[in-house]
Write a protein that binds this ligand. Structure first.
Ligand code: NAI
Ligand code: NA
Length: 396
C-alpha cells in the first residue's frame, strides 16, 4: 500500500515501515561511527521500541555488541492497516542485529503486568542466564495495576493552581494561551502510579528473586527536569511528582541490590520530540525554541546521541558515574547550560504566531514529529508501494 501520515492532534495514526527502518539504520550508523564501548553484554530494555529506550537498545547492541531483549507495547500490522512505529522500528533493529550476529528477541505486551514479567523471566532463563543492564524506559498514559486491578490514568496538570502560558499547535504554528486546571490529589496519586517507580521496582525485584541479575548489574530509568519556564506543568506538576518518585526508587533499588553490588540510576535526559513529549502542553513550544538555540550552538542531540553519550561518557567510563547532588546522572547538561537557557527565556517572551517561524525551529520540531512515524525521512520514496505487513524476527 501507499502509506501517508494521518494525524489527529499530537498523534499520527499511520506509520511507514521504510521510514522507520531508515531511522533505525541512521541510529545504528551513528553508533558505529563512534568508538566501541566497553559496555554491557546482556541487556533488557523495557520500553525498547521508540525514543530513548530504542536508542539505548541500539547503543547496547551496536556500541557494545550486547545481546538484547526488548519489551514494548506496539500494534502489529493488519492488511491495509500499518503497524505502530515501534513495531517497524523493532523489526528493523532485530533484522540488523541478527545480520550482525547479535542476539535480539522481543516481547510485545503490557510491561506493567505480572504475565509479561514472567514471560521475560522465562526467556532470560532460557537464553541469556543473567542480565547486566536493565533499562527502564516506559512512557505510558495508563497502568493496570497488577496487584489491585485498578486502572490508573496519568494526567499532565499543574499542582496547586491554574497554570497559564503559551503553547503552540506544532502542525500550524499557531501560538495561543492555554490554561490548565490544577490536579486533584487523586490525579497526583494516579500519575505517580503510572509514571513513578513502583513498576521499575517490581521488575528488578522479580529479576533478582530469580537470580537473573549478574554481579555488578546496573539499572537505569529516565527522568526530566527542564527550566523554570515549564516547571508548573512539568517538574512541579503531576508528572514531576511521578519523576520524584522514580528518582527516590533508584535509592530503594540500589539498597535491594547491595548483595550483588548492583546499582540503580536515574539519568536526566534532554527534552526531545517523542510520542510522549508531544502530548504535554507548553513543552512543544519550549522544544522548538530549544532546538533552534542548541542547533545554533552546535550542541543539539537526538535520542541516539544522548544515549551514546550516556553509555560512553557516563555509565561505562569511570568506576562510578558522576552524578549531581541528588544522585542523578545528567545528560541534560547542554540543554541546561546557563547561556542556552538565557537565550530561550528571551525568545519565549517574543514568541508569537508571527515570529515563531524565524525565532524558533518549528520546522525541526515538525520534521522530528513526522520522523517518529517514519515520515519525512530523507532517502525514502513515499510514492512507492510498500508491504505494511512486516514481521519482527525475534518476536516471542
Ligand atoms: P516513547 O513514547 O518514545 O517510548 C515509550 C516506550 O514505552 C515504547 O517502547 C512503548 O512501546 C513502551 N510502552 C508504553 N506503554 C507500555 C506498556 N504498557 N507495556 C510495555 N511497553 C510500553 O517515550 P520516551 O520519550 O522515549 O520516554 C521514555 C522515558 O524517557 C520516560 O520515562 C520519559 O519520561 C523519559 N524522558 C523523556 C524525555 C523527552 O523529552 N521525550 C526527556 C527526558 C526523559
Ligand atoms: Na523509550
Amino acid at each position: 500500500m501507499i502509506i501517508e501520515p494521518r494525524t489527529r492532534g499530537f498523534i499520527c495514526l499511520t506509520a511507514h515501515p521504510k521510514g522507520c527502518e531508515k531511522n533505525v539504520l541512521n541510529q545504528i550508523n551513528y553508533v558505529k561511527s563512534k568508538d566501541p564501548i566497553e559496555g554491557p553484554k546482556n541487556v533488557l530494555v523495557i520500553g525498547a521500541s521508540t525514543g530513548f529506550g530504542l536508542a539505548s537498545r541500539i547503543t547496547s547492541a551496536f556500541g557494545s555488541n550486547a545481546a538484547t531483549i526488548g519489551v514494548f507495547l506496539e500494534k502489529p500490522p493488519k492488511p491495509n492497516r500499518p503497524a505502530s512505529p515501534g513495531w517497524y522500528n523493532s523489526a528493523a533493529f532485530e533484522t540488523q542485529a541478527h545480520q550482525a550476529g547479535l542476539y535480539a528477541k522481543s516481547i510485545n505486551g503490557d510491561a506493567f503486568s505480572d504475565d509479561i514479567k514472567k514471560q521475560t523471566i522465562e526467556l532470560i532463563k532460557k537464553d541469556l542466564g543473567q542480565i547486566d543492564l536493565v533499562i527502564y524506559s516506559l512512557a505510558s498514559p495508563v497502568r493496570l495495576h497488577p496487584k489491585t486491578g485498578i486502572k490508573h490514568k496519568s494526567v499532565l496538570k499543574p499542582i496547586g493552581g491554574v497554570y497559564t502560558n503559551k503553547t503552540v499547535d506544532f502542525h500550524t504554528g499557531d501560538i495561543s494561551q492555554i490554561s490548565i486546571d490544577p490536579a486533584t490529589e487523586e490525579d497526583v496519586a494516579n500519575t505517580i502510579a503510572v509514571m513513578g517507580g513502583e513498576d521499575w521496582y517490581f521488575w528488578i525485584d522479580a529479576l533478582q528473586k530469580e537470580n537473573l541479575l549478574a554481579p555488578n548489574a546496573t539499572t537505569v530509568a529516565y527522568s526530566y527536569i527542564g527550566p523554570k519556564l515549564t516547571e508548573p506543568v512539568y517538574r512541579k506538576g503531576t508528572i514531576g511528582r511521578a519523576k520524584d518518585d522514580l528518582e527516590a526508587t533508584a535509592f530503594k533499588i540500589s539498597d535491594s541490590l547491595k548483595s550483588i553490588n548492583g546499582k540503580a540510576y536515574v539519568s536526566v535526559n534532554k527534552a526531545l520530540v517523542t510520542q510522549a513529549s508531544s502530548a504535554i502542553p507548553v513543552i512543544p513550544l519550549y522544544i522548538s525554541l530549544l532546538y533552534k538555540i542548541m542547533k545554533e550552538n552546535n550542541v543539539h542531540e537526538g535520542c541516539i546521541e544522548q544515549m551514546e553519550r550516556l553509555f560512553s561518557e557516563r555509565l561505562y567510563t569511570t568506576e562510578q558515574p558522576n552524578t549531581d547532588k541528588e544522585g542523578r546522572i545528567r545528560v541534560d547538561d547542554w540543554e541546561m547550560r546557563e547561556d542556552i537557557q538565557a537565550q530561550i527565556k528571551d525568545l519565549w517572551d517574543n514568541a508569537t504566531t508571527e515570529t515563531l517561524g524565524s525565532i524558533g525551529d518549528l520546522e525541526g520540531y515538525n520534521t522530528d514529529f513526522f520522523n517518529l512515524f517514519g515520515f519525512k525521512v530523507e532517502g525514502v520514496n513515499y510514492d512507492e508501494d510498500v508491504n505494511e505487513i512486516v514481521e519482527i524476527p525475534g518476536l516471542q
